[in-house]
Design a binder for this molecule. Structure first.
Ligand SMILES: Nc1nc2c(ncn2[C@@H]2O[C@H](COP(=O)(O)OP(=O)(O)O)[C@@H](O)[C@H]2O)c(=O)[nH]1
Ligand SMILES: [Mg+2]
Length: 458
């Protein structure tokens, strides 16, 4: 699907992965590759430049360690593409056992009738009793086409090839289908008339009479960015809820079609990727982009980048280095542990490995309570927790509605952390790499110090 775009994006990403290091030239080359790929996929020029400008700005600004930079840049590309494809559309709300109607509109040849078959299969496999109705009185053999298609999948097709009035057919046949106990009726429409105006009017009246759960526009992906105009025209006459983009298997312009739909502010719900009934997918930008970028382990990549992204904030580190460490710092650090936090980063860079499990568990369990406790303390107490003796503790306990155990635990954690920080500072002053009593504190600590003094200028 979207083979050309996929291939060129994939090769741009591979190029980045192969490089020994990412420098300015590498980023510029990547930007060019991306632009070429997107433009040849018929994505609008302005959009291409906006996207690549964003990627470039972020990529050039990164202060990540070299090793993580590649992942970071690949993720940037990934995220920017996802943004262009919008989020996933929430599913159509279908109430089991009730009357549900989906109305499919779109110009002739876009793939409506084929899509009716695909959609029927999709919902049938979810357990709904589905029927199809055709109101296309314009195209010869339209009724027969849908009958054949639905027969393959055991879905009943309703229609009346003798009647010329599409509205009449729509209303009567939908009613019949409902009376037969169908829960979901998918209605096919004509895609051509003597005049476009008439076609649009017919769609508007059909919508009025049938009151569908959703009007869904079917667009041929090979028209590229022209999809924008088509979406606009249909959105003017009907309350268009979503779009299905078809024929993404056979076109180089799919990127243009998809991004144009998003630009028109109408979510994409499904994509068609072949003529066969099962060549059809729910549209999921994340999976979609992962596939065309050739990133099989997207989750792993995102995880690695997140870990790298959470850099300790320079102010906190500076303060810690000077032996200043307040309760508020502890709270902030522990809060971030929950999402692969800063503190873990600091410890890892020190070569000390991970935060002790016990501390992490306590943090996760107690973090909300600790917030309340902190809010009941004065600034002075947070700066110098040693002040907190019996009577203050009592006041804090009452003020925060917690018991002594919670406060004690927090103070205890604080002392432990502070001790670690202190040892570390001493080590720095002595200029030694090793640290007795802390396994793993060898070379890593030296590197950490070098990096920190460079990054934070202390
Ligand atoms: N390759 C490919 N062909 C498709 C897809 N969807 C529809 N088609 C083909 O497009 C042509 C027009 O489809 P049809 O459903 O009759 O369009 P309609 O006029 O909108 O009802 C047919 O030849 C279909 O087989 C798709 O996702 N991929
Ligand atoms: Mg048709």
């Amino acid at each position: 699907m979207l083979e050309t775009l996929g291939r060129s994006l994939d090769s741009a990403i591979r190029k980045i992965r192969r490089l020994p290091q990412i420098d300015k030239d590498a980023i510029n080359a990547l930007i060019q590759d991306l632009q070429r790929a997107l433009l040849s996929s018929d994505v609008k020029v302005e959009l291409v430049f906006k996207m690549t400008e964003n990627i470039k700005k972020e990529a050039m600004n990164t202060t990540l360690q070299k090793a993580k930079r590649k992942d970071f840049i690949i993720k940037l590309v990934h995220d920017e593409l996802i943004k262009t494809l919008g989020g996933k559309k929430a599913p159509i709300r279908i109430k089991p056992g009730k009357k549900n109607i989906i109305l499919l509109v779109g110009i002739q040849g876009s793939g409506k009738t084929t899509t009716i078959g695909k959609l029927s299969q999709f919902y049938k496999s979810k357990g709904y009793k589905v029927a199809a109705v055709t109101t296309d009185t314009y195209r010869p053999g339209a009724y027969e086409q849908l009958v054949q298609l639905t027969k393959q999948i055991g879905v009943k097709c309703y229609g009346n090839p003798k009647e010329k009035n599409a509205i009449k057919i729509g209303v009567q046949e939908t009613k019949k289908a409902m009376n037969d106990g169908n829960e979901l009726i998918i209605v096919d429409t004509a895609g051509r008339h003597k005049e476009e105006k008439e076609l649009m009017k017919e769609m508007a009246v059909l919508e009025q009479k049938l009151k569908p759960n959703e009007v869904c526009l079917v667009i041929d992906g090979s028209i590229g960015q022209q999809a924008y105009n088509q979406a606009e025209v249909f959105a003017k006459t009907t309350s268009l809820g979503s779009i299905i983009v078809t024929k993404l298997d056979g076109t180089a312009k799919g990127g243009g079609a998809l991004s144009a739909c998003v630009a028109a502010n109408i979510g994409i719900r499904f994509i068609g990727i072949g003529e066969k009934i099962d060549e059809f997918e729910e549209f999921e930008p994340t999976t979609f982009i992962g596939t065309i970028l050739g990133i099989p382990d997207l989750e792993g990549l995102v995880q690695r980048v997140q870990e790298a992204e959470v850099m300790p904030d320079p102010e906190t580190v500076k303060r810690m280095m000077r032996g200043k460490f307040t309760l508020e710092d502890l709270y902030q650090q522990l809060k971030s542990i929950k999402k692969v936090g800063k503190f873990k980063q600091i410890l890892a860079m020190m070569g000390g490995g991970n935060i002790p499990d016990a501390l992490k568990d306590d943090a996760e369990k107690n973090i909300e309570k600790w917030r309340v406790v902190l809010d009941s303390m004065t600034a002075e107490e947070k700066e110098s927790p040693n002040l907190i003796k019996k009577s203050r503790k009592r006041r804090i306990a009452i003020g925060s509605g917690t018991d002594y155990a919670v406060i004690n635990k927090m103070l205890d954690q604080f002392r432990q952390m502070k001790k670690m920080m202190k040892r570390f500072t001493q080590m720095r002053q002595k200029g030694k790499g090793g640290m007795p009593g802390m396994p793993g504190m060898g070379k890593g600590a030296e590197q950490f110090m070098k990096k920190m003094s460079k990054d934070f200028k202390f």
